[in-house]
Design a protein around this ligand. Structure first.
Ligand code: ADP
Ligand code: ZN
Length: 730
């Protein structure tokens, strides 16, 4: 056991967010400090944030050891959180300082609580009573001792703020300073939820009981879109809140939370804490602090919400658990779904993984009995799964630069006549994926990356989807200098939008793509407005496949069902299956039955057939058998190593050196493949080379990889990233 308190002058090892390879010794400050305390320490000429991680090592001249500058006003990091960060770091081979940065993603943690003015009933009476003054005082006495901000009070009592200021001068209203980081309003788990169907009640009861047990467990909650998974896991949240523990719901796409937040508010009578990149800095700090003090009971958030300092977390729901956005692909490479399971297992908490189309990983874990599996078979109420059909594009004669087949066009027209909505789905942002010179064939690429520039007509620029670099659309070919010969090739959602406007001149067409809205908020508002009937034809990227209800949508047309099947990605089949089922699931959510039409050039492809047949178990079994035979995840282990640097020869030299000296891997029976140029061989001017490590399922891969890459001295600007369980190979 480590001592939990350190008196002034005792040595403590402080982990900082700075890129150092170990925690440094400091002397505990005046007044001492707790293990886990958030502190400010001197580092060279700077002051940096750190956490008291363990007792100091004492391997340095005591006289020269510097003191902790101050202990910050925040609850110390709990033992469990420190242990979780260490395990997560060991699993993902991430340096601890980067882990700590993830856990402290809120600004001004060390600042004293910021204050704001609030107003309540004061001791005196005003010299003269007016109608407006009367309203304010009546309102305040109605609420007893509660206080309000100036804006709230003015709005709620229907007066201008000068009326309130006048009352303050007279002592009838008291003006006080109050901390800005207010607790979140309590959730009321005893409010009744919806009356559940038998299926739903069985699933909800099972999970609620697991939550009450206070033990760890993971449940895979599978059910088609609209079957009531959300209703079921909200019951689990209620059970968790009733048990006095905190709950976390992770959602993949924060733009889709508006509808969800409304449901939560209806269910529990208060708004939960909402953690995501779009939240203001003040709000982030408030959530971070209140979560740590147990004064935020329910957090709805993006993946990084997993690293908040919960006081007593009892349940983590990972909604749409198969979603690829749970895998962080830059900075720390972690999969929030897997880290949720890790964190819960260390806490005695429950995990619910909800999906209509689970990842093969989770499916296999349920098969092997590691997870409990619960199924919801039918859609709720009269809604039924959409009818699925393919449109064989080989038989269609499309004009050039047209992508909507005659059959799909007629189907859309029928919906428009019936006053219903139709969606055209294309998983390609922008106007056209290729911009080409018709004189010389030159394709405009990014200067920094080995990637084509994609035209975004809406932004009036070309954009690189790798690095985000943009440039104006050239009028002269950058290669042969021919004038006015640059032409778009292929469809993106914006171009499809143009086609839809021409095909359906009387319809209101809306294009939904994440890059077309200035902010997540604007996008959210737009989705809501469309769901309420603000458009007849919706053109969307995969953004629309996720979670949002469009009650009047009865037709989904997939423009290119083959898109995801191209390429050699290990998960191409799985992803296409999931995405197509998910998109199709958007249709027919309310009383009206839906149809999904898939345009394809390969209707016989086994994946396309599996999608149509809706034989999910069959698909998973076949996919699992193939992966098992190939010894790849989830039946084998993989890690990707990406070396990058500005000098291609240097990058290859280093990669070759690694490949030659793989003794540490061979000793555990792992194999190395490569080096090879990465599929995107250059990003932001850095050349990229990949190595792939494969091993059997039981192999303790991380230790061997750490030892192996540890031999390499990274010279100059060379960088190495390890991706354990890579999800994509780019
Ligand atoms: P999923 O999360 O599986 O997509 P939801 O929980 O969102 O499904 O349910 C789909 C729709 O059906 C929602 O509008 C939901 O409120 C409604 N619904 C589901 N179950 C019930 C129920 N037992 N009673 C009333 N409405 C329900
Ligand atoms: Zn680029």
């Amino acid at each position: 056991m480590m001592p939990s308190f350190y008196d002034e002058g005792m040595l403590v090892a402080v982990l900082t967010t700075q890129p150092l390879d170990r925690a440094l010794d400091y002397k505990a400050p005046e007044g001492g400090c707790h293990l886990g305390a958030f502190v400010e320490v001197p580092l060279g000429p700077r002051k940096v944030l750190g956490v008291v991680w363990r007792p100091g090592k004492g391997d340095y001249d005591y006289a020269k050891v510097r003191s902790v500058l101050r202990v910050l006003d925040a609850a110390p990091m709990r033992d469990e959180m420190r242990a979780f960060l260490e395990k997560a770091a060991a699993y993902t081979l991430t340096p601890m300082p980067a882990m700590l940065r993830l856990a402290t993603r809120a600004p001004g943690l060390g600042d004293p609580p910021s204050m704001r003015k609030v107003y309540r009933r004061g001791p005196d009476e005003p010299d003269r009573m007016t109608d407006a003054r009367r309203r304010v005082l009546d309102f305040l006495s109605e609420y007893g001792d509660l206080s309000f901000t100036l804006k709230e009070l003015a709005e709620l009592s229907g007066v201008t703020s000068s009326v309130i200021k006048g009352l303050v001068k007279q002592g009838a209203v008291a003006e006080e300073d109050s901390p800005r980081d207010l607790p979140f309003p309590p959730m009321d788990p005893s409010r009744p939820g919806k009356a559940l169907t038998e299926d739903q009640a069985r699933a909800a009861g099972h999970i609620a009981q697991a939550v009450q047990s206070g033990a760890y467990g993971t449940t895979l909650l599978r059910g088609v879109t609209g079957s009531g998974k959300t209703e079921v896991y909200l019951e689990a949240v209620a059970a968790c809140l009733k048990a006095g523990r905190q709950a976390l719901v992770l959602l993949p796409e924060i733009a889709l939370t508006a509808e969800f937040l409304k449901r939560v508010e209806e269910r529990f009578g208060a708004r939960p804490a909402e953690w995501h990149s779009g939240a203001t800095m003040t709000e982030r700090r408030r959530i971070w602090k209140m979560v740590g003090q147990g004064q935020a009971q329910l957090v709805i958030g993006a993946r990084s919400a997993l690293f908040l300092p919960y006081q007593n977390l009892g349940l983590i729901v990972v909604d749409e658990e198969h979603d690829t956005s749970y895998k962080q692909e830059d900075g720390v490479l972690y999969n929030a779904r897997d880290m949720a399971v890790l964190r819960a297992s260390m806490l005695g908490a429950q995990v619910v993984l909800a999906s209509a189309t689970p990842s093969l990983e989770s499916w296999a874990n349920a098969e092997s009995g590691k997870y409990t599996r619960l199924d919801l078979e039918a859609r709720f109420g009269p809604a039924v799964m959409p009818t699925m059909r393919t449109i064989d594009m080989r038989a269609e004669k499309l004009q050039s630069n047209r992508w909507v087949s005659e059959e799909l066009k007629r189907a859309v027209e029928a919906r428009l006549e019936a006053g219903e909505q139709a969606m055209l789905f294309l998983n390609r942002r922008g106007y056209a994926p290729i911009t080409l010179c018709r004189a010389c064939g030159h394709q405009v690429g990014c200067d920094q990356c080995d990637a084509r520039m994609v035209e975004h007509r809406f932004l009036k620029r070309l954009m690189c989807h790798q690095c985000g670099e943009t440039k104006p659309m050239p009028t002269v070919c950058p290669s042969c200098e021919a004038e006015d010969r640059m032409a778009p090739v292929g469809p993106g959602v914006e171009r499809l939008g143009e086609e839809a406007v021409e095909l359906f001149p009387d319809a209101r067409v809306a294009v939904l793509s994440s890059d077309m809205y200035g902010s997540a908020r604007a996008l959210k508002a737009e989705i809501e407005q469309i769901a309420e009937g603000g458009a007849d034809v919706i053109i969307g990227t995969q953004l629309v496949a996720k979670g949002h209800n469009f009650p009047n949508l009865t037709l989904v047309g997939v423009i290119d069902a083959d898109l995801g099947l191209q390429g050699s990605d290990l998960r191409a089949a799985e992803r296409t299956f999931q995405l197509m089922r998910q998109v199709a699931g958007r249709a027919g959510r309310a009383e009206k039955p839906g149809t999904a039409m898939l345009q394809t050039y390969q209707p016989e492809h086994p994946v396309i057939r599996a999608i149509l047949a809706g034989d999910e178990e069959g698909f998973w079994r076949a996919e699992a058998a193939q992966r098992e035979a190939a010894g790849v995840p989830p039946y084998g282990r993989m890690a990707g190593i990406i070396l990058s640097g500005p000098d291609v020869a240097q990058v290859f030299d280093a990669a070759n050196a690694l490949a030659r000296n793989a003794g540490a891997l061979q000793r555990v029976g792992a194999q190395v493949f490569g080096p090879a140029p990465a599929p995107i061989a250059r990003i932001r001017g850095r050349h990229r080379v990949r190595l792939l490590v494969k091993a059997g399922k039981g192999v303790a891969l991380q230790g061997a990889i750490a030892q192996w890459v540890g031999q390499l001295r990274l010279k100059g600007d060379l960088r190495l990233a390890v991706d354990i369980d890579p999800q994509s190979f780019y």
